[in-house]
Design a protein around this ligand. Sequence first.
Ligand SMILES: Cc1cc2nc3c(=O)[nH]c(=O)nc-3n(C[C@H](O)[C@H](O)[C@H](O)COP(=O)(O)O)c2cc1C
Length: 226
Amino acid sequence: MTERHQPFPALPEYTDAQRIKRARTAYERLKIRHSCRSFADTPVPREVIEAAILAAGTAPNGANHQPWHFTAVSSPDKKRAIREAAEAAEAEERSFYAGKASDEWLDALAPLGTDADKPFLETAPWLIVCFAQRKGGIEEDGQTQNYYVTESVGIACGLLLATLHDAGLATLTHTPSPMGFLREICGRPEHEKPLMIVVAGHPSPDASVPDHALRKKPLSQIASWL
Ligand SMILES: Cc1cc2nc3c(=O)[nH]c(=O)nc-3n(C[C@H](O)[C@H](O)[C@H](O)COP(=O)(O)O)c2cc1C
């Protein structure tokens, strides 16, 4: 059966010069995004989070199954529960891998100044827990196979982060390990896999960016032209 099609949406008609300018402006705006690990408790309206999640939901994705779910957490009790479980998970992981692998991982993390204490999980006004749906299809029947799930949700999370940044908020992609506890706290089904917590809010006055994170690869290294 041939699907009905609609005309492709009208895109703005820029000149090449305008296009170059807009692309460069977008880059200038994005390049000041940095992961924030110290948040103020200043509230952020729910409408901002709603729009950012809607933007995430526009991402290209495998077979348009849209294999994602975002649980936006602002309840202090739930945030406390997430912080306690994340800190406990991290403490367990660190003691479990108290060997070579852990040393390597801790060395990689060292320049970022991360540690096991995660107060931002309670201070930040919003924790957006991003889930990947392994199954379900567009109807979310819990059975239909989904495709390119990690790629799709990764792109959606990128749009979520870019939209929050564009709204003037600071973010952190936080990945406690292991993170199965998020499914239980957020009341999500077994076939959904928590991928990351996007912490969103205003940076605290003492928030900082490690030098390590400021070092971005140049165009000559990240792109080749054939
Ligand atoms: C999938 C993913 C998981 C991450 N997990 C953590 C994390 O658990 N804790 C943390 O402090 N930063 C985490 N980060 C942030 C990275 O450390 C950060 O993006 C990187 O160092 C570059 O710095 P920038 O975001 O300031 O440009 C994560 C980033 C990604 C993409």
